[in-house]
Design a protein. Structure first.
Length: 764
């Protein structure tokens, strides 16, 4: 049952205003400055903002959207400014703080309260049976972890979780450590995020990454933005789409919610965005039922085949299909069986709407599909992505200007971490190269992903959890099960910048190891260091911290991982951890020898702006087993809701960064001073016998008959797609059963939970 932490959500303060019809503009600048100044003060705010996303500056930790080649002085957005200054905050969590608050007391605090206490300053330990964290020296902390790791029956009883905040150098060293210790247990936030994209693209194109560049977006005739809320989560994508529009391109948005950023954008970097009406973004808006996208693309594909039948040789790119693909005949036969009846039911759209999209597609010489969590976090997320690949292949919309696939990544280096080998199922070719370079035999057994990791801890098969740069307990589904799993560990270790729930949900022994953030200056024995990251479009570049570190007792992630490795594996092995800590360029030299595409890494990343990793799709190569792109036949699937039920999606408010709410507002959606709310279409409310502002419990049902409940949510009548509901994550993670995962990718189905709403009190 969901815990209501006492100071979370005084629901009665809920205020609702009409949803906004544009994103950014002057209010965005004002909100960014207000939060930044309150956290970091004027001097640090100025320092962070002046160097944010500049060639020699701090890579924005906000999201993985790339930087344009011609940089503005203000190359950031409202949320980027908030993210970096949330890290640059002048508030501090000290040993006195931990003496004052027991772990049990901290566990009653909200996620927002924990984050607002400030930066962590020194290593802390909670010993077995203790009620409080107490200070511990770095060496002793590493000693505890090394003893625990070396005492396990098998290295596979330990797991090393990371989020995409981690930089390339530390990520490379972390996977090297885990593998030389003996395990591939490297779950990461990708497992809950774009894993379905990696799986779907890997199967069909042979590479799990996007193929387009920013220039492609600017030059495209038609850009689909599907299952994504760029106004909040990738705000500068709106500048790119503004450019698309200026060049005569068109945009189709597919979303159950009329998100402000998809409607209109007022670019705060331009005078016209400050005083004018801004740029309309979506030419066509399709208010789709959650989970309906597979059916949508299947019908578009059927319509393309039929348009070709009607005017042979004018619709499909037969030369492209013949030269580059396999499976077309089977795909075509299967696609012709898709029925309007099924598609209209699954999508909630009209026939005219979908036929209108076909006309847009036929008129476009180049098409891009962009997507994010609205596609990946569904049971059939992988088939949906395979299907949109077929949609692009039919007209040769891959590997040429203005065309291609664009999974828009979340965390700023989530793509880079995978490139560096943070993957529980990394290919053998990577392990071969790693073993050769460092003269050891890496383990070949696949490791746990995030869901398998929780199952293993729950069942006593994993006993040590090390988390780097994330908040696993709040990120994962089935919160109660995940919390119990972590509490059953003998040791939990969190390498973090700020306090979060994963520090209050402890194993028998728990360690907090505080680290430098992106914005902190990183000085090692050979001098000041920089790190590198890879964005959503495979651009690899530097990030260099500019601020005085939050405390003199912090170590960098590279240093923490290296010292932990030395202590665990012993000194004198084949891996020069100490040299790596002193000079990160030496780590990059090794990356260059192990990871494809990184030849001459140090020299190429020294160039301002860095370099772009090659994508074989853009060279007409498909590294699939057949060497061709693959048309797939995907079973028809959509989310069937029993009468009286809705499909709940859990999403981000405008004022949160993943598991961490910054404030209680969701400005663009008109929600103020509350987070325990659920947005539902007024016609659905009427049918369900509910009224706006009713207080309800959200109850999810699972195939085994079990129920999960999140208590005390206020209903908000909202222009959402019929049959759907939307609520914030992480408060609703409790509703997603651990076993409710996407096929193939194993991603929790955070956007497709079947729920009913139970009224608990009359409207107040
Ligand atoms: N400010 C801010 N920026 C962030 C983050 C953050 O927390 N805060 N997080 C970062 C991370 S890690 C990630 S992964 C990204 C996430 O970026 P998004 O994917 O944009 O994030 P969500 O809030 O999960 O929003 C999902 C969107 O998909 C829509 N949607 C839900 N279900 C469906 C469906 O079935 N079909 C369609 N077509 N649409 C659907 C929702 O209405 C919503 O607009 O953002 C990154 N950037
Ligand atoms: N229901 C539901 N669940 C979801 C999602 C959803 O849409 N709905 N989205 C999923 C997605 S897409 C993702 S990516 C995950 C996110 O899951 P995570 O990545 O695990 O969570 P974050 O909230 O990003 O982690 C925040 C913490 O990272 C630490 N941190 C920040 N910067 C640094 C740094 O530079 N170094 C170090 N060492 N630590 C740092 C801070 O201590 C902070 O408290 O959640 C997933 N869970
Ligand atoms: S779009 Fe993303 S990376 Fe760019 S400034 Fe905004 S939050 Fe940062
Ligand atoms: Mo993500």
């Amino acid at each position: 049952m969901s815990k209501t932490r006492p100071d979370v959500d005084p629901q009665d303060d809920l205020k609702v205003t009409p949803p906004k019809t544009y994103a950014a503009g002057v209010p965005a600048v004002a909100h960014a400055m207000e939060y930044s100044l309150a956290q970091a003060g004027p001097k640090r705010t100025l320092l962070t903002l002046l160097s944010l996303n500049q060639a020699e500056g701090i890579d924005c930790p906000g999201c993985a959207w790339p930087d344009p080649k011609h940089r503005h002085k203000n190359e950031y957005c409202e949320n980027g400014a908030k993210h970096v200054n949330d890290e640059a905050t002048t508030r501090r969590v000290t040993r006195e703080f931990f003496a004052e608050h027991s772990v049990a007391e901290l566990d009653t605090k909200s996620d927002m309260w924990l984050n607002h206490q400030g930066r962590l300053t020194e290593p802390m330990v909670k010993r077995p049976g203790a009620t409080h964290y107490e200070p511990i020296g770095w060496d002793d902390a590493f000693g505890i972890i090394a003893d625990e790791l070396n005492g396990l029956a098998s290295p596979d009883e330990a797991m090393f979780y990371t989020s995409g905040r981690l930089n390339n150098e530390a990520a490379f060293l972390l996977q090297l450590f885990a593998r030389s210790y003996g395990t591939n247990n490297l779950p990461d936030c990708s497992n809950m995020c774009h894993e379905s994209s990696g799986s779907g693209l890997g199967e069909t194109l042979g590479i799990g990454k996007g193929s387009v560049s920013l220039d492609d977006i600017h030059e495209s005739d038609l850009v689909f933005v599907v299952g994504q809320n760029p106004g909040t989560n990738h705000p500068r994508m709106l500048s790119a789409l503004e450019q698309t529009k200026r060049n005569g391109g068109r945009v189709i948005a597919v979303n159950p919610l009329p998100e402000a950023g998809l409607i209109r954008f007022k670019n705060p970097q331009k005078p016209s965005g400050v005083v004018g009406r801004g740029t309309p973004i979506a030419d066509v808006f399709l208010k789709i039922r959650p989970g309906g996208d597979l059916a949508f693309f299947q019908m578009l594909n059927r319509l393309l085949l039929e348009a070709e039948d009607a005017a042979p040789g004018t619709v499909l790119d037969h030369d492209y299909i013949a030269a580059n693909t396999i499976g077309f005949e089977e795909f075509a036969a299967h696609t012709r069986t898709v029925t309007w009846e099924h598609v209209l039911e699954a999508t909630g759209l009209t026939r005219e709407e979908i036929e209108g999209v076909l006309q847009e597609v036929l008129a476009a010489r180049s098409v891009i599909v962009c997507w994010a969590m609205g596609l990946t976090q569904h049971r059939h997320g992988v088939p949906t992505i395979r299907e949109l690949v077929s949609f692009l292949l039919l007209r040769g919309n891959l590997g040429r200007r203005g065309a291609g696939v664009c999974p828009v990544r979340g965390h700023s280096n989530v793509q880079g971490d995978r490139t560096m080998g943070i993957w529980e199922r990394v290919p053998d070719s990577f392990l071969d190269a790693l073993g050769r370079e460092f003269s050891f035999e890496p383990p070949r057994r696949h490791g746990f992903d995030s869901v398998a990791g929780v199952r293993a801890m729950r069942d006593g098969r994993a006993r040590v959890f090390v988390g780097v740069a994330g908040n696993f307990v709040r990120a994962m589904s089935d919160s109660d099960v995940t919390e119990a799993a972590l509490r059953s560990c003998s040791l939990t270790v969190q390498i973090s910048t700020k306090l979060n729930r994963s520090h209050t949900v402890c194993g028998e022994t728990a360690l907090i190891l505080p680290t430098l953030g992106r914005s902190d200056r990183d000085v090692q024995a050979t001098g000041e260091q920089f790190v590198t990251v890879e964005d959503s479009m495979s651009e690899v570049h530097q990030s260099r911290g500019r601020l005085d570190p939050a405390s003199p007792d912090l170590l960098s992630e590279v240093a923490i991982i290296g010292r932990l490795a030395r202590r665990t594996l012993g000194e004198g092995g084949t891996i020069p951890w100490e040299d790596f800590e002193a000079d990160y360029a030496l780590v990059r030299d090794r990356i260059a020898r192990v990871v494809p595409g990184f030849d001459d890494f140090n020299a190429r990343v020294a160039v301002p702006g860095g370099f772009r990793l090659p994508n074989p799709v853009n060279e007409g190569r498909f590294p699939t087993p057949s060497g061709k792109a693959v048309f797939t036949c995907n079973a028809l699937d959509h989310l069937d809701t029993p009468p009286g039920h809705l499909v709940l999606q859990s999403l981000r408010s405008h004022d949160q960064w993943n598991t961490i709410p910054y404030a209680m507002n969701d400005r663009y959606r008109g929600i103020h001073d509350a987070r325990r709310i659920v947005m539902v279409n007024p016609d659905d409310l009427a049918e369900l016998g509910l009224a706006d502002r009713d207080l309800v419990d959200i109850v999810s049902i699972w195939t085994d008959g079990s129920e999960r409940r999140a208590e005390g949510f206020r209903v908000v009548a909202y222009p959402a797609a019929r049959g759907s509901a939307a609520s914030y994550y992480p408060e609703t993670n409790v509703l997603v059963p651990l076993d409710s995962v996407a096929e193939v990718s194993n991603t929790p189905t955070s956007k497709g939970v079947i729920v009913r709403l139970e009224r608990v009190a009359a409207a107040g």
